[in-house]
Design a protein around this ligand. Sequence first.
Ligand code: IPD
Ligand code: CA
Ligand code: CA
Length: 266
Amino acid sequence: MPVELDLRQVLETAAAAAREAGLLQKERLGSEHTLSYKGEVDLVTEVDRACEDLIVRRIREVFPDHSFLAEENQYPEGDPALRWVVDPLDGTTNYAHGFPWFCVSIAFERGGEILAGVVYHCMMDELFSAVKGEGAFLNGRRMKVSQRAPLRKSLIATGFPYDVARDNENNFDNFIELQLAARGVRRAGAAALDLACVAAGRLDGFWELKLKPWDVAAGTLLVQEAGGRVTNHAGEPYSVYDHRILASNGAIHDEMLRILERCAAR
Ligand code: IPD
Ligand code: CA
Ligand code: CA
């Protein structure tokens, strides 16, 4: 008989690991970093790796049989049906430059379904958390997406893939059209935090291309549990393994979709 999974314990473990990693990020912010490159502009610092090691270690202390899909390392061990999806430091470019906008993102997936997630923004000591079906919370207080509409009065966000210089699918077209239609577009450099901000009603929408599951796994659950809508750019149900994400308060979703569809058809 499989042991019943305690999602409270899952969430508490994720939150504790995220807080510990966040503390490490804060302590080492502004110090001399050892940079390595995954691509021409795709950086990784020693702090990304140290945070991932710490998070995996902490989770394994509580759930030794679970598996991991994380950004900096491969983890072949563990039950693939019980998997943690981890971005140890989302916003690495910001971090390496001392720009204080980055976070930890940890989600838990069972049989392909995201059941719990946390995003921790250490510089503001803000923990965004959600368990599927139980709502989304910011430092323990329930979050709700905004009700703002139309797009003309909305603040939205996006990001650009690391291969913008090499691939035509670079988000520039979408950016121009959505910037013209919205009150403002922000490009702050941490996708998981953008999603957390949509969930908290600080942003009204977010779209991006070519994100990885660890960028979005926790954040999409936050948005959904805060009452928002998440689809791909064709308006279909979104999976964290999809290529294109659109997350919003729901009220401006169709308006954003129409613009993204128009750009894709060019
Ligand atoms: C990046 C950030 C950024 C997004 C990139 C991601 P990383 O993650 O989320 O906002 O535009 O596509 O790769 O590399 O800082 O973990
Ligand atoms: Ca990331
Ligand atoms: Ca990262």
